[in-house]
Design a protein around this ligand. Sequence first.
Ligand code: NAI
Length: 319
Amino acid sequence: MASSAAGGVVIVGSGLIGRSWAMLFASGGFEVKLYDIEQEQITNALENIRKELKMLEQSDSLKGSLSAEQQLSLISGCSNIAEAVEGAMHIQECVPENLDLKKKIFAQLDRIVDDRVVLSSSTSCLMPSKLFAGLVHVKQCIVAHPVNPPYYVPLVELVPHPETAPATMDRTHALMKKIGQSPVRVLKEIDGFVLNRLQYAIISEAWRLVEEGVVTPCDLDLVMSDGLGMRYAFIGPLETMHLNAEGFLSYCDRYSEGMNRVLKTFGPVPEFSRATVEKVHQAMRMKVPDDPGHLAARRQWRDDCLMRLAKLKSQLQPQ
Ligand code: NAI
């Protein structure tokens, strides 16, 4: 269990992402206080976390070395933010993606925290320089962007404000490792961070290939799920290059000219035309009808697959 001298963790916003963070921190043995502006959200979050942890324990997928009951005993709700942050060493903000709202929360926290706590935002795409502008405790501020669902997808992008202290980055990196996540240091802020820039590059070319009638929407998805995605769950695109020839230099010697030629045919950013929106929409609905029941069932299946993949990855140690 984490030492209580280390201080606890506060989650601000008990929605989808706040709940996941609470479970992850508790799995690492940290005391967690869940704060929300809506008391009902806190009550629902605690209930939902109880169910999830029990289910994970039953399926032998619970993270950490503590039992579900022990992890649950570490998580409590708190409806007073000043009380919640008392003695905390890490505050993870998880309120809706709205710059003004998040700025308001950080300004509020800035007035009540000490010089030791890390102030971290889960934002998917707001720039740290905008989010933390003008805060007295800016050196202690960082973005820790998780990937949904964070319990099964361990990546966390750590993105600093230009004035974030290196120690804040190091502490947050160590904390993420301690709770079993896989942090990456984004060395300077950029719109979309790294994960979404890669994701959008893929969406952009996927869009063009479907729009131009090169491939159907369902076959396009298969290229990822049964092709590129199979290896990308274990090695990234750069290591793929290294392994697909006699090392990275050999790959570049053999293939850079071809890559350059193909890349020049990519064209401008798609306009996301209505006609293509309709075409993809029809294909997706044939596969998974877009009513809440079918969508929830498919998400549940996806999370199940991710949970099994996470287990497999933890069994397969890198050579
Ligand atoms: P959500 O809507 O599920 O939860 C937001 C929670 O914040 C709600 O419980 C709401 O009552 C609470 N809240 C609103 N105003 C508040 C205030 N002033 N003080 C305290 N609590 C307040 O949102 P979700 O999906 O959990 O997203 C949270 C953050 O995580 C967003 O910045 C989002 O971009 C980011 N994120 C979301 C991902 C996703 O797939 N949903 C993935 C990665 C990051």
